[in-house]
Design a protein around this ligand. Sequence first.
Ligand SMILES: Nc1ncnc2c1ncn2[C@@H]1O[C@H](COP(=O)(O)OP(=O)(O)O)[C@@H](O)[C@H]1O
Ligand SMILES: [Mg+2]
Length: 364
Amino acid sequence: MLLSSPGSLVATSFESHPGDAAALLAGMLDSAMDGIITVDHTQRVVLYNRAAEKMFGWPRASVLGQPLDRLIPTRFQAGHGEHIRRFASTGVTSRRMGDGTVVHGVRANGEEFPMDASISQLNTADGKLYTVILRDVTDRVRAQEERSAFAAAVNAVREEEKTRVARELHDELAQSLTALKMDAMWLRDQADGAPASAHTKLTEMLAMLDHTIAATRRIAADLRPLLLDDLGLVPAIEWLAHTFEQRTAVVCRLSYDESMELPEPYATAVFRIVQEALANVAKHAGASEADITIERLPGRISLTVRDNGRGFLAGAPRKPQSLGLMGLRERAVLLKGQVEIDSEPGRGTCVKVSIPLADEVTGP
Ligand SMILES: Nc1ncnc2c1ncn2[C@@H]1O[C@H](COP(=O)(O)OP(=O)(O)O)[C@@H](O)[C@H]1O
Ligand SMILES: [Mg+2]
């Protein structure tokens, strides 16, 4: 008779031939693409499949019955034992290792490599067995690193480009327009005997020049405020908060530490993150107040932009054309930072970013 579930079908078929079941299992373990290693409660290896052999470079014979240590980089060995003990105490049957990140192994040739790992535990008559399933993710991690490096380089080039264009607009175009304005004023003052229509024309020209000079300065500053390069982060953020308030009529409070000057690439990242967060407040929040807080903490910089506007469902799927928050995250991640977006409809929005500072910046 055929049984309904495939699990019980297999068990039934092998009941009379247990050796076949063992052979089937051994074949499966050795054809698996992932490394599979089982250790007993004393942390000695009792099962080590072919993929694990390939991954670590140790033959089965030299690993079976041995402690797991030679597969783990020295600096993680103590932590690993502790991890297993804690996992045992949870009673959870299986879970991913490494808190969502990769874990590290070491090959016979001493090379370290990143792995995705999951662990499971099973109580047997001979005590607890722990099985880890491992996947070598060297290629994936390398590709990620290359993408990040590329993104950082693209970002740096874009910033340079913006700086150059902003400088030319400011130094060349705005200066020439100002000189033209001087000349037009001179003409107006010389043109006493000229017809009234010429005076009107000159007055209109002067108004137009004023407008164009202001527009040029504004475009240059929006591209990249030269303040940021010339005077530093604090004046640049002050300018940002001030122009935001003028353009939106949202009351903007800014609190920061006076001594909070940061070198590149931190200054630009902090500036751009605050700029994007404020742009969102202006565009989406309908807020009456916005608060910017920048704090230099030991070893890191923390910044918060909070508004009292309409909020949104931060977990909702992103609209494909919305790139602002993604860019903001990207900037933080490129500097190994973290972004937390706290928002709920009717509750305002809080964008919180924490960026670790490199040792050279923090000083000894
Ligand atoms: N401060 C905010 N208040 C309300 N909604 C916001 C705020 N910031 C972001 N959002 C919402 O999140 C979405 C994504 O933002 P973003 O990625 O910057 O894209 P964009 O600003 O181009 O729409 C916005 O379209 C908006 O619905
Ligand atoms: Mg936006």
